[in-house]
Design a protein around this ligand. Structure first.
Ligand SMILES: C[S@@+](CC[C@H](N)C(=O)[O-])C[C@H]1O[C@@H](n2cnc3c(N)ncnc32)[C@H](O)[C@@H]1O
Length: 259
């Protein structure tokens, strides 16, 4: 029996063209693929019917497979002599739990190969015309999850904050940032479904983004960008000028969805 292998592939932000050549080649060589919801799932259609595809995508509120189950499946399939691919969204090591999968495989005697990917933290802002750094505006950026305590972060408009999995926590995040002295007029962008046909960017300021996001019914998946670089988005000036606060007639404003 062939010796099985495990390869973690960073599939990028969803566009099938935004996987690396190494990642694409490894995907085509797979016997078994454990696929995420946010990766380049269109590429799965190119695989032969003999390839076993296991959907482990975790839609909000509907966990198809737990991380423990994913770890176990990776090792079980590899021990059957299969070339197992874990096709992940973005980069496996950027808020992607790839390190846990590598460690679990190692604990079971398998050295996983890791092929990096284009993280959504940088590419989704780029898809909306927002560079995470820009000479004269921001010299650095920090990537965090929406669940994280923001107290230790550099809270300045010239240091870009990029938040993944942050929609459900938007109000708490904004409250925490302004409570720590970040000016209410700091620009913020929420980019939903980057690289899809329905990509949408909502731009506002910290003091009004929660209402604006509710009014627009913003949902996951989304990348949130905070800082002066947001002003570089092509429609930033228009959206900032157009803002209308909620009125008492907006009775059916949906709550933000849960991550
Ligand atoms: C579990 S994290 C995984 C991040 C991934 N490892 C990466 O490097 O992009 C999932 C979050 O990434 C963000 N995300 C990934 N792909 C996205 C896309 N195409 N559009 C918007 N947000 C995306 C969302 O914040 C989503 O909730």
């Amino acid at each position: 029996m062939d010796k099985g292998t495990i390869t973690l592939i960073g599939g990028g932000p969803g566009d099938p063209e935004l996987i690396t050549v190494a990642g694409y080649k490894a995907l085509l060589a797979a016997d078994t693929v454990l696929a995420d919801r946010l990766g380049p799932t269109a590429l799965l259609e190119e695989l032969s019917d003999e390839v076993k595809i296991i959907d482990v995508g975790k839609a909000p509120g509907c966990h198809v497979a737990t991380q423990d189950e994913i770890n176990r499946l990776l090792v079980e399939e590899a021990k059957l002599g299969k070339h197992v691919v874990r096709l992940k969204g973005g980069d496996p090591f950027v808020l992607g739990r790839g390190g846990e999968e590598v460690a679990y495989a190692a604990a079971h005697g398998i050295t996983a190969r890791v092929i990096p990917g284009i993280t959504s933290a940088v590419s989704v802002p780029a898809a909306a015309g927002i560079p995470v750094t820009h000479r004269g505006l921001a010299t650095g950026f920090t990537v965090v999850t929406g669940h994280q305590d923001l107290a230790q972060l550099p809270l300045r408009a010239d240091h870009t904050l990029v938040i993944l999995m942050g929609v459900a926590h938007l109000a708490a995040t904004v409250g925490s940032l302004t409570g720590r002295g970040m000016p209410g007029n700091t620009p913020i962008a929420i980019i939903e479904r980057g690289y899809s046909q329905t990509q949408r960017t909502t731009i506002g300021t910290l003091e009004e983004i929660v209402v604006r996001a509710r009014k627009a019914a913003v949902t996951n998946p989304a990348v949130i960008v905070i800082g002066d670089v947001v002003r570089l988005a092509p429609d930033a000036a228009v959206q900032l000028a157009e803002y209308q606060p909620l009125t008492h007639t907006d009775t059916a404003v949906p709550a933000l969805f849960v991550d």
